[in-house]
Ligand binder design. Structure first.
Ligand SMILES: CC(C)(COP(=O)(O)OP(=O)(O)OC[C@H]1O[C@@H](n2cnc3c(N)ncnc32)[C@H](O)[C@@H]1OP(=O)(O)O)[C@@H](O)C(=O)NCCC(=O)NCCS
Length: 302
């Protein structure tokens, strides 16, 4: 007859924190069980994309590998270490293994994308030969219950001769294309996360019924147009003529778009950009967008 294993109830200690985090997430978001089931499927279907490190017979790290088509010279790597193993040789050994696979696949560079607040959970990337390439941000407007008081701003703008109108009737107007072409070069890119601005204002998937224009007399001075991003979210293109900036025109335009999207019963308007894009970030913050911590891109040779 087999005897039951000993059961003990004791006070939780800091040493229990790692297992405790997994147990907490087995009953609440982010759901550990759902994640584990998905991961089991991925390990089975694409074993080349994963490797584990074992230290003393225990799993001490997980390495992940991805060869995205949109970044054909790079292999994207992830180094997910047991907290007790962040220092020491596990990360370096895992990385060399992943680098070997990347070279075999013809990828010359390694790339890691890490959200700033998770950086302490990663190994020391500069010590592993990575250098920081750029920072981007993501986030958006959670539109259920969102509001921004722009009445005073709009009144002040009207007093300076600015008028906001829906954009739909001007869809084919050459003035839109001209304004976009004039400001296109200014859009900050951070490849591959943020590719250079498209050649034309929209690839045909813009929500014109929710788009707004700003005029100063007969002159078109601003556009805000929601369009579908590469990540399949709705983002608003936002452009103000260089001679009409620093007056709140962009803030007023984007507020109108967010309200139109909200009235269309969409609950989220996505935003993304380079952390260098201070003017754009200013508009987003002023209107109460939720801006997540920066994503930091790291690179080294494979
Ligand atoms: C992004 C962009 C639209 C922002 O334009 P902007 O002029 O900075 O934004 P606004 O029209 O809202 O003006 C805000 C500025 O006016 C000032 N301002 C003056 N009166 C104001 C008022 N009543 N209300 C709000 N802001 C006011 C603000 O303080 C702010 O200045 P600050 O940034 O020095 O603090 C513009 O830089 C642009 O067209 N860039 C090129 C295209 C691009 O990169 N777009 C972003 C990604 S799609």
């Amino acid at each position: 007859m087999s005897s039951s294993p000993t059961l003990t109830i004791r006070a939780a200690t800091p040493d229990d924190a790692f297992a405790g985090a997994l147990l907490l997430n087995s009953t609440q978001e982010p759901h550990f069980h759902t994640g584990a089931v998905r991961l089991a499927g991925s390990f089975q279907e694409t074993p080349d994309r994963y490797a584990v490190a074992e230290t003393g017979g225990r799993v001490s790290g997980l390495g992940t590998l991805w060869f995205p088509e949109f970044h054909p010279t790079h292999a994207w790597v992830g180094l997910h270490l047991h907290p007790d193993q962040r220092a020491g040789g596990v990360a370096g050994a895992l990385l060399e293994h992943l680098a070997g696979r990347a070279r075999a696949a013809g990828r010359e560079r390694l790339w890691a994308s890490v959200r700033e607040d998770y950086l302490p959970a990663w190994p020391d990337l500069p010590a592993l030969g990575f250098r920081e390439v750029h920072r981007t941000f993501g986030g958006g407007f959670h539109l259920a219950g969102w509001e921004a008081g722009t009445d005073r701003l709009e009144a002040a703008l009207a007093g300076q001769g600015y008028l906001l109108t829906p954009a739909a009737d001007f869809r084919g107007d050459g003035r839109l294309t001209d304004l976009y072409a004039r400001t296109r070069g200014e859009k900050v890119s951070a490849e591959p996360t943020i590719p250079p601005a498209a050649e034309t204002l929209t690839k045909g998937d813009g929500l014109w019924d929710m788009a707004w224009l700003a005029w100063h007399g007969q002159n078109l001075v601003g556009i805000a147009l929601p369009e579908r991003s590469r990540l399949d979210a709705w983002n608003a293109v936002l452009v103000v003529h260089p001679g009409h900036r620093q007056r709140g025109v962009a803030t007023a335009l984007l507020a109108r778009v967010a309200r139109s999207v909200q009235a269309g019963e969409m609950t989220f308007l996505n935003v993304a950009g380079s952390a260098r894009d201070v003017a754009y970030l200013g508009v987003l913050r002023r209107l109460g967008a939720n801006i997540e911590p920066d994503w930091i891109a790291w690179e080294r040779g494979a």
